[in-house]
Design a protein around this ligand. Structure first.
Ligand code: NDP
Length: 246
C-alpha cells in the first residue's frame, strides 16, 4: 500500500516550482491533494488533471496568500471537498531579495503577508480539522541559518519567523500527536531562482556539490515528513542545500 493512501493534503502555492513537485510527490504516494495558486490558473488546472490521472482526487484553488481570509476559505473548501485533512504544507513564498535601504514598508508588509501571515492563517484554519498522525510541513530557506550574500534582510526575517512558528506549534500540537517541521531549501532551480539567473553561478559555487538542486529533492523530504516514518520527528528543521551551509 502507498505511504499516504487515503490521506488528504493541502499545499499552498502548488502551481509551479517546489510546490508543484510537492503536489506531484504527495499524489504519487497516494494522497488526495488540494493546492492553492495566485495567478497561474492554467498551470494549476493542468497539474490537478495530471495528478488526478494517478487515481487520487485533486483540487486547484485560487487563493492569494496575501489575503488571510482567502487562505482560510481555501482550507475550508478543501476540508469540505475531501471530508478530512491530514497534511498541511505551507510552501507559497516570495523572495524580495534586495538591500534593506531599497526595501519599502510595502515590501515588508507584502513579504510578511505571504511568507508569515499566510502560514499562520493556513495553520489556524487547518489545525481544528487535523487529528493524531497529522503533519504540518513549512518551507523555510537555508538563508535562515547562514547568510551567504547581501540583500536577504526581509526574506531571512520572514523565514526566521516561520522557523519560530514551527517550533512553537510543534510544542503546542505535540499532545495531539500532530507533528510540525520545516524544510530549508538551498538553491533550487525554479522561476524564483533559475539555475541560469544572475546570481546562479555564485550560489552554485557556495554549494559543496557545485550544483543547483531540483524541486523533486525538496518534495522527497516533504513526503518523508508527511509520511508514517516521521512519527518521532517534530519541531525540527531539515536543510536540503547541497552543502551550502557547511
Ligand atoms: P516559485 O516562484 O517558482 O513558485 C511560487 C509558487 O507559490 C507558485 O505556485 C505561486 O503561484 C505561489 N505563490 C506565490 N505567491 C503567492 C500568493 N501571494 N498567493 C498564492 N500563491 C502564491 O517559487 P519556488 O518554488 O522557488 O519557492 C517555493 C518556496 O520555497 C517558497 O516559500 C520559497 O521561499 C522557498 N525557497 C525556494 C528556494 C529556491 O531556490 N527556489 C530556496 C529556498 C526557499 P502562481 O503560479 O499562481 O504565481
Amino acid at each position: 500500500m502507498k505511504n499516504l493512501h487515503q490521506q488528504t493534503a493541502f499545499v499552498t502555492g502548488g502551481s509551479r516550482g517546489i510546490g508543484a513537485a510537492i503536489v506531484r510527490r504527495l499524489a504519487h504516494e497516494g494522497a488526495n491533494v488540494a493546492f492553492t495558486y495566485q495567478s497561474s490558473k492554467e498551470k494549476a488546472e493542468a497539474l490537478a488533471a495530471e495528478v488526478s490521472a494517478l487515481g487520487v482526487k485533486a483540487l486547484a484553488i485560487a487563493a492569494d496568500s496575501k489575503d488571510p481570509q482567502a487562505v482560510q476559505a481555501a482550507v475550508n473548501q478543501a476540508v469540505t471537498y475531501f471530508g478530512r485533512l491530514d497534511i498541511l504544507v505551507n510552501n507559497a513564498g516570495i523572495g524580495n531579495i534586495k538591500p534593506l535601504e531599497e526595501c519599502s514598508l510595502d515590501d515588508f508588509d507584502e513579504t510578511m503577508a505571504v511568507n508569515v501571515r499566510a502560514v499562520f492563517a493556513a495553520s489556524r484554519a487547518a489545525i481544528p480539522h487535523m487529528h493524531a498522525g497529522g503533519r504540518i510541513v513549512n518551507i523555510g530557506t537555508c538563508l535562515v541559518d547562514r547568510i551567504t550574500f547581501g540583500g536577504c534582510a526581509l526574506y531571512s526575517t520572514s523565514k526566521a519567523a516561520i522557523t519560530g512558528l514551527t517550533k512553537a506549534l510543534a510544542r503546542e500540537l505535540g499532545p495531539k500527536k500532530i507533528n510540525v517541521n520545516i524544510v530549508h531549501p538551498g538553491p533550487i532551480d525554479t522561476d524564483m531562482n533559475p539555475s541560469d539567473g544572475p546570481s546562479a553561478d555564485y550560489q552554485r559555487s557556495n554549494t559543496a556539490l557545485d550544483t543547483f538542486g531540483k524541486t523533486e529533492d525538496i518534495a522527497a523530504m516533504v513526503a518523508f515528513l508527511a509520511g508514517p516514518e516521521s512519527g518521532f520527528i517534530t519541531g525540527a528543521g531539515f536543510t536540503i542545500d547541497g552543502g551550502t551551509n557547511i
